[in-house]
Write a protein of this length. Structure first.
Length: 332
């Protein structure tokens, strides 16, 4: 909140992402019954949300930064609560939430509202349901809710449609879920889509909605060298700590079965994030948000499992200072 407040005070340049988001909101207000194709991989739920913000607040860049700050805070809180409640790490600390905030301060596109940022809110809630099921063999209501939340996530950000495959794989490999529950989760996923399909059907755009969504889903992006370099600068250190943490944790003991399952689930989520990078039509800084949740988990694990605590403290301050430096640097 403080760093974003300082940025608003000294002035922050409106990014191309924010300009396109404002344009989406304005277009929705003008034609609320029309299916809107876009280059942001934004789904109908995000378009509706951006239109609501545009209608209430006029598409202000300041409003976008404030709303994003609130979402980042809530997501950090959800992530930390989920990991603590499921004892997913060796120590129950607030470190994952703090790191989540730091990492989401590493790139200018993270300051503004984006489809994938809003989608991550529903994804984190779905992760809570998945971990609960892996630990306690959750009820059918849990399975249905998981599918519905993943559907809302995919309705915000189109490449997140792949999350349905991710959840099914997790349940097949790591749990003895009954076959009918896979259909139940898929039903919850489809039910969320049916809400918007009925909405557009009322305007005679039901078929266009289905066709437009899946057409955008399989539009692969073009990898720009400049964007790739910026991604490496932004996520280079957290990605390195993730690799080091993953390599050590999967070869060492001392973890409970559920902690091992959590690590494997996060590894699969990291793979999904890499797939999302390829499916995102824009291939901008915001695309990296698909990697933030698993990277935060493995980075926190790296700090917690260090035998030499001064090493953990050193890297922690490097990440913290690096986040501030990138946020306020001319490179932004």
């Amino acid at each position: 909140m403080i760093t974003r407040g300082v940025l608003l005070f000294i002035g922050v340049e409106v990014s191309e992402l924010q300009a396109q988001t404002m344009a989406l909101g304005a277009t929705f207000i003008e034609t609320p019954g029309q299916v809107i194709t876009n280059s942001l991989s934004a789904g109908p739920l995000f378009i509706f949300f951006s239109g609501l913000i545009n209608f209430v607040l006029g598409g202000s860049a300041i409003a976008s930064v404030i709303i994003t700050a609130v979402l980042v805070f809530l997501q950090a809180l959800i992530l930390n609560t989920v990991l603590q409640r499921n004892n997913s790490l060796i120590d129950n600390t607030y470190l994952p939430g703090i790191l989540y905030v730091f990492i989401l301060s590493l790139n200018a596109d993270f300051l503004f509202l984006s489809p994938i940022l809003l989608a991550n809110t529903f994804l984190l809630l779905a992760i809570d349901k998945i971990l609960t099921h892996l630990k306690y063999r959750g009820t059918e209501e849990n399975i249905l809710s998981t599918g519905f939340l993943l559907g809302l996530s995919a309705l915000c950000y189109i490449p997140y449609f792949t999350l349905l495959v991710f959840a099914i794989l997790i349940y097949i490999i790591y749990s003895s879920t009954l076959v009918r529950r896979y259909f139940l989760m898929t039903y919850g996923f489809i039910f969320s889509f049916s809400i918007f399909w009925i909405y557009y059907l009322a305007f005679g755009e039901g078929g266009v909605f289905i066709e437009g969504y899946f057409t955008q889903l399989w539009n692969y992006n073009t990898v720009e060298t400049g964007e790739l370099q910026q991604m490496l600068i932004t996520m280079g250190l957290p990605a390195l700590l993730t690799i080091l943490s993953g390599a050590k944790s999967f070869s060492s003991g001392g973890l409970t079965n559920h902690q091992m399952l959590t690590q494997r689930m996060m590894l699969w989520l990291l793979i999904v994030g890499l797939v999302v990078l390829r499916l995102d039509q824009n291939f901008a800084g915001a695309s990296m948000l698909g990697l933030v949740i698993p990277i935060t988990f493995f980075t926190a694990q790296f700090f917690i499992t260090r035998e030499k605590k001064w090493v953990a403290e050193l890297f922690f301050w490097i990440v913290f200072i690096g986040a501030l430096a990138l946020m306020f640097s001319p490179f932004y």
